[in-house]
Design a protein around this ligand. Sequence first.
Ligand SMILES: [Zn+2]
Length: 206
Amino acid sequence: MHRQVDYIELIMPYKSFEEYSDDVTDNVKNKYQEIITDLGEDTSRDGLLKTPERAAKAMQFLTQGYDQDPVEILKGAMFKESYNEMVIVKDIELYSLCEHHILPFFGKVHIAYIPNGQIVGLSKLPRIVDVFARRLQVQERLTQQILDCINDTLNPQGVAVVIEASHMCMMMRGVQKQNSTTTTSGFRGQFEKIETRNEFLKLIGK
Ligand SMILES: [Zn+2]
């Protein structure tokens, strides 16, 4: 099977790439063609000619997390280190798709952990956020998956994850609270202690 790979150099010190299966692109493209027609549009007009194919590729990009292994990503950059203080990576950009409406939700992720003999390369934390976010998701499960992955792989003294996100399915569909954001959080180990948790929340400005 032919696979087309376009490399994109990102600001983060790692490479992301778009990889499309020709079979999946063809199948999804044909279905989008039908959907667009069913919705009352004319797929033969100029602006829409290549839309089914573009949408098919976009959806593959936005769900590429199914093919990626977050444990492998973390294990690829773990180092022995006696550092014992809280490590925080805050304001990690998040873009995901709500699994109920297949509409975007987006916001920020804040992650903290307290090492237990091992640290992880800081760029790996945004990467595992992407791996779990590029799937059909709910914000609650996304929070837990990031938390569990770090906890089980790095085995730290504690880990904390906070996600603040806006959901297009709420904002675009006429629900009253158009400017509301949803906050979810999870805490393990040392962060289950109220003082440690409060220190983290203070440091991320909550
Ligand atoms: Zn939704």
